[in-house]
Design a protein around this ligand. Sequence first.
Ligand SMILES: NC(=O)c1ccc[n+]([C@@H]2O[C@H](COP(=O)([O-])OP(=O)(O)OC[C@H]3O[C@@H](n4cnc5c(N)ncnc54)[C@H](O)[C@@H]3O)[C@@H](O)[C@H]2O)c1
Length: 386
Amino acid sequence: MEKETIGVLGSGTMGRGIAQVAAQNGHNVVLVDINEEALKTASNSLRKIMERLVEKGKWEQDFADKTFGRIKFSQSVNDFKDCSIVIEAIVENLDVKHKVFRDLESIVSNHCILASNTSSLSIASIGAVLQNPDRVIGIHFFNPAPLMPLVEIVPAVQTIDDTVNRAKKLIDGWNKVTVLAKDTPGFIVNRVARPFYGEALRIYEEGIADFATIDWAMTELGGFRMGPFTLMDYIGNDVNYAVTESVFKSFYYDPRYKPSFTQKRHSEAGYLGRKSGRGYFDYSENAVKIEPNKDSALGEQIKNRILVMLFNEAIDALFLNIASKEDIDLAMTKGVNYPKGLLQWSEEIGLEKVLNQLEGLFHEYGEDRYRPSPLLRRMVRDKKSF
Ligand SMILES: NC(=O)c1ccc[n+]([C@@H]2O[C@H](COP(=O)([O-])OP(=O)(O)OC[C@H]3O[C@@H](n4cnc5c(N)ncnc54)[C@H](O)[C@@H]3O)[C@@H](O)[C@H]2O)c1
């Protein structure tokens, strides 16, 4: 049976990755971009990626040719007319998204799902311009889309169950791990991960340790694949700062998500990370590697402080029903490669211990940022487990 045709709007970093995933799973794909150059770049880049997969012996030549051949590159949204779903991955701007969603609805069938890959806009606000908003949904892939297993499925208040079930079934069929998230800022991953960056920056700002030492504590002692500063340099300080600021504003300025001046200044100075040759670390050819201070007591203090903040965030997401406990743990292991699910991890360490440490920070600093989640208090009081 012929598989349904998938539409992808926007052929940038995310759009072309999503197109690849759909095509390698046997779908015909229509990849549309208004910019001809962008389409050319996407086509060249996909060709190259597939050639490399063949060279490495991961794909057969025939599979690569067929996969590439299934992608139709186009500048016209009219080519979406036979698609059963269109996934939008264009610039992160609500006005522009509104315009394209209106256009899309006038072209596709009534049955076609209209999905957005947005990281920071609400799905409800995107769907608000549709005549039939029950077909709108967030389908949030992670970068690079072909490699990262996690996809957050985000129904808006307008979305009907049929849309959710169809979207989930489709993406599950692409060998992705789907989790269901509430339409709230940052969904699961970009909300729960905030302290990994924010608390690391705060520890640096207080003069407790330098970038290299904090990264060492989180990788060597915490088991994370990358330390927070290496990761921010990888993501780009401009991008990471923009996400932090957007989450902070969207949460009505909850101090828990407060951005950091250190990151803002690095971003302003053009110290964006790997892509600019310098971020928190120097990536130039003759750069001298900064050695961390491998004091184990200091390392433990850093690791524990960042970890309890992450645990608290994950527990609070569960408290507010952002997602199920299983999905919160899956999201962090499959979306950002955390060594363990945070809820499971917090229990292994002991919820009472986690609460005590948070209470200690809260009393010491007197800042709302360190307030323990009511669910954590309740669970400790009632001696419950997740
Ligand atoms: N980059 C990431 O790591 C990442 C991860 C998850 C989600 N997202 C989200 O995915 C979306 C796309 O991000 P990206 O990083 O791929 O962006 P990008 O800048 O790499 O690509 C955007 C593409 O959209 C095209 N475009 C802009 N307006 C258009 C329009 N009206 N019609 C058709 N094409 C149009 C541009 O020409 C460009 O090729 C955003 O909503 C972003 O929040 C990004």
